[in-house]
Write a protein that binds this ligand. Structure first.
Ligand code: FCB
Length: 447
């Protein structure tokens, strides 16, 4: 059998990513809790106890990560726990996070901590959330408190997770809180988030000069559905710019995008030590005649689709994302990548081929620091509730028991070897071999 071994650089980070509200449980003081109470989640689902990390089950999940060869983990801290009201800091909550960060460290998992991952405290929302420019000052105070508490254990910080998704879904599409559909407000929110990132960057470096601070952007390649049709080309270009560029240009270069081009804005940056790249899937953009939405997004034809058709398997998109992000001039950390797949039929292939694309990018000497798979254990998937299963481990919410999926063993083999080996892939994901060994006759190896 033909063989190949795709080796990664020493010190490459291998891990998984999670977010507080999705795994902790018992978060009752933030915007997503309120959204759940209003019945805004698919099937009326609620996060409830989630994966019971607040009850202590992070210990067993961190054990799983460490025992399967991972050397990093990205988690987020919940603002509304640490600052339950504007004038109160909860030292017990800080101590809880200190224990978790220490728990990662003692297991040999490098902590990567996200300071804002979609949720806001209810008191902030009552002040207008990020529509209100004061959110920046409040955020910086919170960040200072967290960094002071966790700096003995944490050096890699993600300020804000996917501000582009937060703005698009909360203020344009209206399916995330606060459920608005209002373009001028969306632009104001985006600007305040970009300012929040830059101000947090400064604050973290004041407290911890050696810190590595990045922003995390959901990157989605958008190509024209019909490259010969100018309206598709124009729309794809516009969507790509607004969705992918806005926060990257702000953080990397302190450039603010406007409908007429970009202009320098010192309040936005430069403020970037690494770029957090989240990649899941790619789109084709088409013009359509019916108002109000003149665009339509489609998946590339022939791409295999995930269980609920949320994600098309387009691994080259991750390579494109890295190629695009390297222009920002800082190292890149793949902060999320994964697929919803309860039956674990697509995930082994998805994992193998996406990791292979990172190896390809590394061969161009593009600086990729690590790969954090979304996610360790099935968790509460925002507006989709409990219906999307992204975990390497399946979760039974009633009993809180975890069951290892095949992909966990595949990922363990990759992490332990610091390499992607076609023998491993043949065992767990034979359908990925044609992409990994292009042009090699594989005979009867693939069913
Ligand atoms: C990303 C989010 C993360 C998770 C995955 C599936 O957009 O950052 O919290 O929901 O999607």
């Amino acid at each position: 059998m033909p063989r190949a071994r795709y080796v990664f650089p020493p010190g490459f980070l291998w891990g998984t990513a999670t977010a507080a509200h999705q795994v902790e449980g018992q978060n009752t003081n933030n915007t997503w809790y309120a959204w759940e109470q209003e019945g805004r989640i698919l099937h009326g689902h609620q996060a409830g106890r989630a994966c019971d990390w607040w009850g202590g089950r992070w210990r067993e999940d961190f054990d799983r990560a460490a025992e399967t060869g991972q050397n990093a983990h990205r988690l987020s801290v919940e603002w509304s726990r640490i600052q339950p009201t504007p004038d109160r800091w909860d030292e017990d909550a800080l101590e809880h996070y200190r224990q978790m960060a220490r728990g990662l460290q003692t297991r040999g998992l490098k902590p990567v901590v996200t300071l804002h991952h979609f949720t806001d405290p209810l008191w902030l929302a009552e002040m207008g959330g990020w529509e209100n420019p004061d959110a920046v000052t409040h955020f910086v105070a919170f960040v200072g408190k967290v960094v002071e508490a966790l700096k003995p254990y944490v050096e890699i910080w993600c300020t804000i997770n996917e501000p582009n998704v937060y703005t698009a879904l909360g203020y344009v599409e209206g399916i995330f809180p606060p459920g608005k559909q209002d373009l001028p407000t969306a632009l104001a929110v985006a600007e305040h988030l970009a300012q929040g990132h830059a101000a947090a960057y400064e604050a973290i470096h004041r407290l911890q000069p050696q810190a590595q601070v990045g922003i995390v952007v959901y990157y989605r390649p958008m190509r024209p559905a019909r490259p010969w049709f100018p309206p598709d080309v124009l729309l794809a270009w516009m969507e790509h710019r607004w969705f992918n560029h806005y926060f990257a240009l702000a953080a990397a270069f302190g450039r603010k995008m406007t409908p007429w081009g970009t202009r320098r804005d010192r309040k936005l940056g430069p403020a970037l030590d690494f770029f957090g790249l989240n990649y899941y899937t790619s789109d084709r953009v088409a013009f359509r005649r019916q108002p109000p939405a003149y665009t339509e997004r489609r998946f590339p034809p022939d791409a295999p689709l995930s269980e609920n058709q949320d994600i098309a398997h387009v691994p080259q998109g991750l390579f494109q994302g890295i190629r695009w992000a390297r222009r920002l001039g800082v190292p890149i950390l793949v902060t999320e990548n994964g697929v919803e797949d309860g039956a674990d039929t697509l995930r082994p292939r998805y994992l193998s081929e996406h990791i292979h694309q990172i190896w390809r990018a590394l061969n161009f000497n593009w600086p990729v620091l690590g790969y954090l798979h979304w996610t360790l254990v099935d968790n509460f998937e925002w507006d989709r509730g409990w219906t999307r299963r992204f975990g390497l481990w399946a979760l039974d919410r009633e009993t809180q028991s975890r069951t290892q999926r095949g992909s966990a063993a595949l990922y363990a083999a990759i992490c332990q070897a610091n390499a992607l080996d076609t023998d491993t892939v043949a065992q767990y994901a034979p359908d990925a071999l044609p992409a990994l060994l292009p042009g090699v006759p594989l005979g009867g190896m693939i069913k």
